[in-house]
Design a binder for this molecule. Structure first.
Ligand code: URA
Length: 435
């Protein structure tokens, strides 16, 4: 076999066999096939696509490039949730303890902030002492103790994805549905999940801006999952405006606690209940989404998910008492307000722009090696539809440093659009259910 023949076959629109994909990917991971040939292959996939069988074969080849978490002996349905990334999206912090309280085991391997999107690991690590670099033994132990654990992906899991993703990032081949599908599903299968609820987002704060690519990705995730024996259901959800009122690492931990206490913002609670309902269905605890939603609502009201969350904070190195004491106080001293530029109604807050501005405040990073601030971020005091007077505060802002604050303020102001009359309210964030 020769890499050049495999690249040519894909360039001409052929379907690659598992053996060909294995040859290419294993050779790449072992350093025998160079970056430039994998780049050419990725670009050929970008233009020619992949069949469902081919995408499933690629996912398996990537999965087998490293260790697969052995969760044998761990009780409960193993169900996880994954989102394609958003702004103010802290649903994972609520869903993992909620699922655990329902009797699901959630082996959650999460990611970090990059570009305009936030990262679950950065949010949790803003809790003093909280660690996400768990080894496999600890991960297993915490799953047994608390019903969930949240960790970063170890170097041993899916090395092919780490290499390929970095290469795609610099060769304009990230936005390929089969490559994204294989990337996400290989990581989720490697962490040991047997069922997965996907939150595929569209809008300015999402990775996919349009509804139609988001739908194509959701379909590919569900279909490829089926071929692999991984049960996947997907919700396609609106990410045009920030979720909830807080954007920032510790700020989002606080808002997650609000949700666990049943007093989270309406949009965020809606998404949590919809995703939680699908987790309950995949876990065999509810016959349909409506029943699952009731189950999640009752479970949150009973307080067990909050207890599980605090137990997990302790298990992963934080101090729950200190966490509760820091609530409302753990903020950077470098602060400001954004005021309404005119009288009228907030027509829209552009999530993508707001996410980029928040990253500049210190919430996120532009390069993987950048450090994030636990105490930077912003609180939205007004959202879509609110009536505002000129000069009225619409955001509170905290920055990691003064230069970041100065750069972010005009950007935050520009992210808010106004109108003379109230804009139509969104009735729901959920656009489609794909399963
Ligand atoms: N997220 C991933 O994990 N992989 C991709 O390829 C794109 C988004």
């Amino acid at each position: 076999m020769r890499a050049v023949d495999i690249i040519t076959k894909k360039r001409e629109g052929g379907e690659l066999s598992r053996k060909e994909l294995e040859y290419l990917l294993a050779g790449y991971v072992q350093g025998e096939i160079p970056d430039y040939q994998i780049s050419a292959w990725a670009m050929a996939v970008f233009f020619r696509g992949m069949s469902p069988q081919e995408t499933a074969a690629l996912t398996e080849v990537m999965l087998r490039s490293g260790r697969v978490m052995d969760l044998s002996g761990i009780p409960g349905p193993l169900v996880d949730k994954h989102s394609t990334g958003g702004v103010g999206d802290k649903t994972s912090l609520v869903l993992a303890p909620l699922a655990a309280a329902l009797g699901i085991t959630d082996p959650m391997m999460a990611g970090r902030a990059l570009g305009h999107t936030g990262g679950t690991l950065d949010k949790l690590e803003s809790i003093p002492g909280y660690r996400t670099d768990l080894d496999e033994k600890t991960f297993r132990r915490l799953l047994l103790a608390d019903g969930f654990a949240i960790a970063g992906q170890t170097a041993a899991l899916v090395p092919a994805d780490r290499l390929l993703y970095a290469l795609r990032d610099v060769t304009a081949t990230v936005e390929s549905i089969p490559l994204i599908t294989a990337s996400i599903l290989s990581k989720k299968a490697a962490e040991g999940a047997r069922a997965l609820v996907m939150d595929v987002k569209f809008g300015s704060g999402a990775f996919m801006k349009g509804k139609s690519p988001a739908e194509a990705l959701a379909r590919a995730l569900v279909d490829t999952g089926r071929v692999l024996g991984l049960r996947v259901s997907a919700l396609i959800t609106d990410m045009d405006e920030p979720l909830g009122n807080m954007v920032g690492n510790f700020l989002e931990v606080e808002e997650s606690l609000d949700c666990l206490e049943g007093r989270g913002p309406e949009d965020l609670m809606e998404l949590i209940l919809e995703l939680g309902a699908r987790m309950a269905v995949l876990g065999g605890l509810a016959s349909d989404a409506a029943t699952g939603k009731d189950l999640c609502r009752d479970c949150l009201a009973g307080g067990e998910p909050r207890r599980r969350f605090l137990a997990n904070v302790k298990s992963q190195g934080g101090d729950p008492v200190q966490l509760l004491e820091l609530r409302g106080k753990y903020r950077s001293a470098i602060q400001a307000e954004v005021r309404a530029g005119r009288r009228g109604f907030v027509r829209r807050i552009d999530a993508g722009e707001l996410g980029l501005a928040a990253a500049g405040l210190g919430v996120g990073r532009n390069r993987t090696e950048d450090r994030v601030s636990p105490t930077a971020g912003l609180q939205l005091l007004r959202k879509r539809g609110a009536a505002v007077e000129k000069g009225e505060p619409i955001m509170r802002v905290w920055a990691g440093d003064r230069a970041g604050l100065e750069a972010a303020l005009p950007r935050l102001e520009a992210a808010v659009e106004y109108a003379e009359s109230p804009p139509p309210q969104l009735s729901t964030l959920i656009w489609k259910d794909v399963s």
